[in-house]
Design a protein around this ligand. Structure first.
Ligand code: GDP
Ligand code: MN
Length: 398
């Protein structure tokens, strides 16, 4: 789960990371009021959307009066910000953050990621901040500093100092840099983050270290024990299909294709997507209904896939161990009876109570295509989708 910049800054500040003074605004008048609260003669108005690259997309503006702030804010509210991280549909601005302007002397990149290879949190930093890390990796790879943190002891002061020196901080700035690095690490570790990024971390004209931007991502699987973090969720910034799924406790990722998938288990879901691909089709989603799925849960998953307008065929693939095929079949029938579809539905059931499950499908009288193996199911799904498309085309042509 992603959060907004202002939320990340609020969290990081609690861990000792220095951030500029700022205030949140839901209206242009409030934005102007924030600037008076903050004081000074230069402010930055920042669009709060879940994406980086806002600066280049018109989402970060430096202002010199409260009238200018109102104008800029008026422009930004409701605007669709499109960056390389949002996809072509962009993200809409509903909140603005107003900060005191800063005199920037140097821009540094500071990131914390999960390194799969070492299975550790890794600090990734560069003295050439201001650019995205991908760009730094391309244009100045020699400037990138990497440092793996030993989880048993956490980040050590000497390690943070080493990183700070490698980034070229001057002696008077080292203490603040070390506090920033250790603060970010502790926030990452204690709050179950998967990513913390400060870009840029700046040195100001009077030599202070300050986090000008902040981004945090959290592990969805840990949100149940991080109430204060899960409350920061902003659904206006998410793919509506994924929001709906998360609200129903389903593991769902929207994709570009047109064969909707309902599968149990992440491994089988991946295999199903591969099989659809190798049969010449394109999956519309990844959906794992998990173990012990009740008919109700299956019906919800079905409705979710049905609500995606790109879906032109639905493949249900269940290998039931903890699950029960009869419950799955009941769920499918329930969903189809409540909400009939005119697209092909293919169901493959195997495992616990498979005979009962097949019987429920048969007796329902619904035009469900059944299969016994995964390969057969994927092939039937793709060919049924082709035929269905061809008949629609014929109907349109005649
Ligand atoms: P991003 O484009 O989404 O990563 O948004 P940032 O918060 O990083 O802002 C983009 C750029 O705006 C930064 O890299 C800075 O160069 C600039 N910027 C942000 N805050 C200030 C500020 O207070 N003063 C000045 N002069 N520039 C700023
Ligand atoms: Mn940035």
């Amino acid at each position: 789960m992603d959060i907004h910049e202002y939320q990340a800054k609020e969290i990081l500040a609690r861990f000792g990371v220095p951030v500029p003074r700022g205030g949140l605004a839901y209206s242009p008048e409030q934005a102007a009021y924030r600037s008076r609260e903050i004081g000074g003669d230069k402010w930055v108005v920042k669009a709060q959307v879940h994406a980086g690259g806002r600066g280049k997309a018109g989402g970060v503006k430096v202002c010199f009066s409260d009238r200018e702030i109102e104008e800029v804010a008026n422009e930004m509210f409701g605007k669709r910000i499109v960056t390389h991280q949002t996809g072509p549909e962009g993200k809409i601005v509903y909140r603005l953050y107003v900060e005191g302007g800063v005199d920037i002397q140097r821009e540094i990149y500071l990131g914390f990621v999960l390194d799969r290879k070492s299975e550790r949190i890794m600090v990734v930093a560069s003295a050439s901040g201001g650019m995205e890390i991908e760009e730094i990796a391309e244009r100045a790879p020699e400037t990138i500093v990497r440092s793996v943190v030993e989880p048993a002891v956490g980040i050590q002061e000497f390690q943070a100092r080493e990183i700070a020196f490698a980034l070229g901080f001057e002696p008077g700035q080292i203490r603040q840099a070390v506090e920033t690095i250790t603060g970010c690490y502790r926030a990452f570790d204690e709050l179950d983050a998967t990513m913390v990024e400060i870009n840029p971390l700046v040195v100001t004209g009077d030599g202070a270290v300050l986090a000008l931007d902040a981004k945090m991502t959290f592990d969805d699987n840990a949100l149940y024990r991080r109430q204060e973090i899960s409350e920061l969720r902003d659904k206006s910034q998410e793919d509506p299909r994924e929001t709906m799924a998360a609200d129903r406790g389903l593991s769902y990722v929207g994709l570009e294709g047109n064969i909707g998938c309902i599968v149990n288990g992440a491994g089988l879901a991946m295999a199903t997507m591969d099989m659809i691909k190798s049969s010449g089709g394109d999956p519309a989603n990844f959906l794992d209904i998990g173990g012990g799925a009740t008919p109700d849960r299956v019906a919800k998953a079905f409705r979710l896939v049905q609500s995606d307008h790109n879906v032109e065929a639905i493949l249900v693939n269940i290998f039931a161990g903890i699950n029960r095929c009869d419950w799955v079949a009941e769920g499918v029938v329930k969903a189809l009876e409540a909400n009939p579809v005119d697209i092909p539905v293919i169901v493959r059931l195997a495992g616990t109570n498979v005979n009962e499950g097949r019987k429920i499908l048969e007796e329902s009288g619904l035009p469900i295509i059944t299969a016994t193996t995964l390969a057969e199911a994927a092939e039937k799904a793709v060919s049924a989708w082709h035929e269905d498309n061809a008949s629609h085309l014929k109907a349109v042509a005649s």
